[in-house]
Design a protein around this ligand. Structure first.
Ligand SMILES: Nc1ncnc2c1ncn2[C@@H]1O[C@H](COP(=O)(O)OP(=O)(O)O)[C@@H](O)[C@H]1O
Ligand SMILES: [Mg+2]
Length: 253
């Protein structure tokens, strides 16, 4: 199992798996790091609106120096999102590292949980966001990062990158795009492309339209620059996750 090979503070580690019956009928159990506060967002599926989990919001707020978040982040909500997504970016950079070469394929707010750590002494393992769900993850063979074609049916339509339509879907840029869509969901509470449309219309919107940001929510110039780089439609021009962390303080832990 791929997840069992991973060891990073922002990835939910899998310690062991066991099956309580034979392989075809038994239940599979996995022992993993627990996101003690659960998912970072609640999604209202009828309106496709996203809101920060109150428990996570409360916990992260205790870490935020309220006097210092402006002007780097325009609001406390943006700062909370920054706290969460800097962790997610660190986890993703670990997965995409040339020595690891794993594409997750299903980065979205639902697959990000928050863990509190009682009595932890290492800053590395402090209260933090964790990427969970490696059901669709794939290990890219060494030297094949540019050419390996991941399975088309991996991700969630609203988080799919435009190149999925053309078939030019190199692995790692897919996760970078999905990270951008996820940040939009948390900061703006909405998907950047219409979600009530059919999958075909949604795919058309993703590949042809600019992302739509609801009015009335002011965000920092730093965040706008991050989103412009992550949501670059051309995968060959899209920033890598490590380049994004190096370039943007907003994505630094
Ligand atoms: N390690 C974990 N700690 C806390 N909650 C988790 C953990 N793993 C999964 N979850 C919760 O369970 C939900 C479903 O698990 P997931 O692994 O994403 O399976 P699925 O394939 O059903 O999406 C997640 O969206 C998350 O809310
Ligand atoms: Mg999931």
């Amino acid at each position: 199992m791929l997840a069992g090979t991973l060891n990073h503070p922002n990835i939910s580690r899998t310690f062991m798996c066991y099956c309580d019956g034979d392989n075809s009928t038994g239940k599979l159990y996995a022992v993993m790091d627990l996101g003690t506060l659960g998912g970072v967002v609640k999604c209202d599926e009828s309106t496709m609106t996203f809101s920060l989990s109150p428990a996570v919001e409360k916990c992260v707020t205790t870490h935020v120096d309220k006097a210092s978040y402006a002007p780097f982040c325009k609001s406390l909500k943006e700062k909370i999102a920054q706290f969460i997504f800097a962790d997610v970016a660190a986890g993703l950079a670990y997965l995409h590292h040339p020595a690891i070469r794993i594409v997750n394929r299903d980065i979205k707010p639902e697959n990000i949980v928050f863990a509190t750590l009682e009595g932890g002494t290492s800053e590395k393992w402090r209260d933090r966001a964790l990427i969970v769900d490696f059901t669709t993850a794939e290990k890219i063979p060494e030297g094949k990062e540019e050419t390996f074609k991941v399975c088309r049916d991996g991700g969630t339509p609203a988080f799919e990158a435009p190149e999925c339509l053309t078939g030019d879907h190199r692995p790692m840029p897919l996760d970078v795009w999905a990270l951008g869509v996820s940040i939009v969901c948390v900061v703006y509470g909405k998907l950047p492309f219409p979600a009530d449309a059919s999958v075909a219309e949604l795919e058309n919107a993703i590949s042809t339209l600019e992302p739509a940001y609801p009015e009335g929510i002011e965000v920092s110039g730093e965040l706008k620059a991050v989103l412009a780089d992550l949501l670059e439609k051309d995968p060959s021009k899209r920033i890598t996750i490590q380049e994004a962390i190096d370039k943007h303080d907003w994505l630094k832990v």
